[in-house]
Design a binder for this molecule. Structure first.
Ligand SMILES: NC(=O)c1ccc[n+]([C@@H]2O[C@H](COP(=O)([O-])OP(=O)(O)OC[C@H]3O[C@@H](n4cnc5c(N)ncnc54)[C@H](O)[C@@H]3O)[C@@H](O)[C@H]2O)c1
Ligand SMILES: O=C(O)C[C@H](O)C(=O)O
Ligand SMILES: [Mg+2]
Length: 553
């Protein structure tokens, strides 16, 4: 493990107890109590970490609602990070949905009401000239920043400064799943205002009460932010999260060659979804080149997934034009096709050729609806990234299932309440045939005497592992190839490859092993792409294991 550089590892007395990175609570040994002047500040019994985990689990279980459980875990994180991560590690399937999706969505909506203690860095628009000062207040070296401007939080829209819940949750997973030391991570919120009237009108709102800054002023602010980050933390990995799609695409394009950075909603989602789709196809004995894809939603997720899959199809031998013909991408105005005049430069390459639609039998005039696309294109794979609950209707899913033996259906939108369909309905409407993965976690479904475990196709399988691979290889850029390597490595972790009836993705209890496997592939690819500063291939596994932190005293 790389040793985290703390401001003052020798802190004593109450300062030590109040530092979540140094605190051990009742587990401080008699020697430490002497050395750090803690005698009398703690009760006499000395606990082991295991005993502390049991006590914390009892207290967690006594909390009534999921939001209360989230607040409990966040408070524990702010008190004692080692205990927090050890507890999470031992109860990962139960607790990941509490600190992360879906409950983190509720926590963002309620952020101003449940706010307790400072964590991470807020940079608000009025303080834009003070960015260097603000970052100088971070008293340790940082390897990974996750930043949001809070405008598109999951499928919940603009949450303003409450969006801070997302970087905090994402970085918890960097440590939990990817083993990145929590001291080396920094959540950040860029507060450029909010257009959410409910937040602005809320007397408890903790953010800057102003409509969102946009246009050139927004871009200048982002530029100032990136420059300040590069000055203070020249080797940091910067992850962009939950920005509005137009900003997300523009920012990624502008900065991806200037520093080590990626956009999780575009690239992380693309890798997890394509890896899971590849596993579904391969486990069913199918071929990638034989599929027809319908993508419902053409935002960050839809665009990223389509691009990644097109790349895989081209790598399997088709031309790019042939690969693109296999995709039917739909936004809120219907199918993207080259006759539409409202598509920007990001969406235009995803448009179907009108010539390919000749002879289609459509119910709608003007635009081509989702139902029209499914009836005419007869997709084998359907992915939803709209944020719209119920967008996969019974009629459309039944239509899809009537054309394909093993329909692959992924309602990816988060949180749970925004999923395009729920797995129980999808299994009913397809008579148990659908291969399903969802963005938010769902319980297993019994259908016709068979239990279907629903895998969670969430970028949480990718970004912690990307971080691990990038840090181990000391990469200074993030290439497309590294995401392709991550997708391929995720596919290799799929239990369905050995048993076609098994779940598509490994269980959350195996997520650290899976992150290690993906991390090695990412680091190796970084070397091959010439962006790694460690060049000895044989050293990579050792470096991955040294980078992975395990919560223990
Ligand atoms: N599972 C994951 O890992 C993962 C990753 C990223 C995003 N997501 C989820 O995907 C959703 C979308 O994220 P995004 O960043 O792409 O958002 P976005 O706002 O950028 O894009 C949404 C897209 O959906 C389209 N749309 C909206 N309503 C529609 C409808 N009724 N029919 C057809 N298209 C419609 C919009 O036109 C737009 O193209 C969110 O709910 C997010 O939580 C999940
Ligand atoms: O945060 C998640 O659960 C996945 C994804 O990044 C999203 O925005 O929905
Ligand atoms: Mg996101």
């Amino acid at each position: 493990m790389t040793s985290p550089v703390l401001s003052d590892p020798e802190k004593t007395g109450i300062d030590r107890i109040e530092d979540p990175l140094l605190n051990k609570g009742t587990a401080f040994t008699p020697e430490e109590r002497q050395k750090y002047r803690l005698l009398g500040l703690l009760p006499p019994h000395i606990d082991s970490l295991e005993e502390q985990v049991v006590r914390a689990y009892d207290a967690f279980s006594a909390e009534e609602t999921d939001l209360d459980k989230h607040i409990f875990l966040r408070e524990l994180q702010d008190e004692n990070e080692t205990l927090f991560y050890r507890l999470l590690l031992e109860h990962v399937a139960e607790m990941m949905p509490i600190v992360y999706t879906p409950i983190v969505g509720k926590a963002c909506e309620e952020f101003s009401h449940i706010y307790r203690r400072a964590r991470g860095v807020f940079v608000s628009y009025p303080d834009r000239e003070l960015m260097d000062d603000i970052l100088s207040h971070v008293d340790r070296e940082i390897d990974v920043i996750v930043v949001t401007d809070g405008e598109r939080i999951l499928g919940l829209g603009d949450q303003g400064a409450g969006g801070m819940g997302i970087p905090i949750g994402k970085l918890s997973l960097y440590s939990l799943c990817g083993g990145i030391h929590p001291a080396r991570t920094l959540p950040m919120l860029l507060d450029l205002g909010t257009n959410n009237a409910e937040r602005i009108d809320d007397p408890r709102y903790i953010g800057w009460r102003h409509e969102r800054i946009k246009g050139a002023e927004y871009d200048n602010f982002i530029e100032q932010f990136v420059e300040a980050v590069m000055k203070r933390f020249p080797n940091v990995l910067l992850q962009w999260e939950d920005f509005a799609s137009v900003d997300a695409e523009r920012i990624l394009k502008k900065y991806r060659d200037r520093l080590c950075t990626f956009n999780d909603d575009i690239q992380g989602t693309a890798a997890v979804t394509s890896g899971t789709i590849l596993a579904a196809i391969q486990s069913a004995g199918g071929k990638l080149a034989d599929q027809r894809f319908v993508m419902l939603g053409a935002g960050s997720a839809g665009v990223g997934i389509t691009g990644q899959l097109v790349g895989s199809i081209v790598a399997s031998g088709k031309s790019e034009a042939e690969a693109r013909d296999m995709f039917y991408v739909i936004d809120r105005n219907g199918l993207l096709h080259d006759g539409r005049t409202d598509l920007d430069e990001v969406l235009m390459p995803l448009a179907q050729k009108q010539a390919n639609l000749a002879g289609w039998d459509c119910d709608t005039k003007g635009s081509i609806s989702f139902a029209d696309v499914v009836r005419n294109a007869k997709p084998t794979v359907l992915v939803g990234a709209t944020g719209q609950q119920g967008a996969f209707t019974e009629a459309i899913i039944r239509e899809m299932a009537s054309h394909t033996e093993r329909p692959v259906i992924f309602p990816l939108s988060n949180p749970t309440s925004h999923a395009e369909a729920i797995p129980a309905d999808l299994l009913k409407w397809t008579d148990g045939k659908a291969r399903i993965a969802t963005g938010s976690p769902f319980d297993p479904v019994e259908y016709n005497g068979k239990t279907h475990v629903i895998s969670q196709c969430n970028n949480s399988y990718i970004f912690p592992a990307m971080g691990l691979g990038i840090l181990a290889a000391k990469a200074n850029r993030v290439t497309d190839g590294m995401f392709t390597a991550a997708a391929e490595a995720l596919k290799e972790c799929s239990p369905a490859l050995a048993d076609p009836t098994a779940p598509l993705l490994p269980p959350l209890s195996k997520i650290r092993d899976c992150a290690r496997h993906i991390g090695i592939a990412v680091a190796r690819q970084a070397q091959q792409d010439g962006v790694a500063q460690t060049t000895v291939a044989e050293e990579l596994e050792k470096r991955i294991d040294q980078t992975m932190w395990t919560p223990q005293y």
